[in-house]
Design a protein around this ligand. Structure first.
Ligand code: GLP
Length: 233
């Protein structure tokens, strides 16, 4: 794992942007994208740049089950708001959280990933070490699947909803196995809240109790951290 310590999330977004730019100069065609507050500075940098993404495909990590794309807490909405409405891509894929048949949707989405092998995957990290919505206990080699969110994730996301009871209980997430197939992975983390998860990811054993720790087994991973997130290393 390579670790880059940056001053703040603005510098982190710039560092990730430069890596994407270099990857695209090197023929990267598919970006794996993430939601959450962490990648926003990267998306701001992408939208403010004159880099052309119209030949690029994006594949998002996850989506809540049951939220329509028009709901401002859905990940469809988030991606449109922060990136896709401002920077046209050739194609953008996000799991369909409204699919009536969730089993068929996870299979369809795994095929999307197989047809569009990810060159560069962007990741944030949950306070409990989750990546995408792969919560502790998820199989380290699994495909896209339906996930029951843990209480810690529900609590962390509750601030975005009017009531805690409005937070979806399920999501569709790329599996850890799907994520690990990406050629290159960039994980960003900012703030003290993430310091324990980062310490366990980098220095702990590879265990599904800390899903991000599996990244130790990937040949091309960069962690972009601010000092607070790196403070327990
Ligand atoms: C959610 C997302 C993750 C994200 C995490 C952290 O659980 N599914 O992809 O990494 O939140 O979010 P934030 O970046 O807001 O801390």
């Amino acid at each position: 794992m390579q670790i880059k310590i940056v001053k703040d999330k603005l510098a982190g977004g710039e560092a990730a942007f430069e890596m994407i730019k270099a990857g695209m100069a090197n023929n990267a065609k598919v970006l794996g994208l993430a939601t959450g507050s962490t990648p926003i500075t990267l998306y701001d940098k992408m939208t403010a740049s004159d880099l052309d993404f119209s030949n690029m495909v994006s594949v998002n990590l996850d989506e809540y089950v049951g939220l329509p794309a028009s709901n401002d807490q859905s990940y469809h909405y988030f991606m449109n708001e922060h990136l896709f409405s401002k920077k046209p891509f050739k194609a953008t894929y996000v799991p369909n959280g409204e699919a009536e048949n969730v089993e068929a949707e996870v299979e369809r989405y795994e095929k999307v990933i197989a047809d569009n092998p990810i060159d560069i995957q962007i990741l944030g990290i949950g306070r409990n070490g989750h990546i995408g919505f792969n919560e502790p206990g998820s199989p380290l080699d699994g495909p896209t699947h339906k996930v029951a969110l843990t209480q810690s994730t529900i609590d962390a996301n509750a601030r975005f909803f009017e009531n805690e009871s409005d937070v979806p209980r399920y999501a569709i997430s790329m599996g850890i196995g799907s994520i690990m197939k990406s050629k290159e992975i960039i994980l960003m983390a900012y703030g003290e809240d993430k310091a324990d998860a980062i310490q366990a990811t980098v220095e702990g054993p590879v265990t599904n109790h800390v899903p991000a720790s599996v990244l130790q087994n990937h040949a091309n991973v960069t962690l972009i951290l601010d000092e607070a997130a790196a403070s327990k290393l």
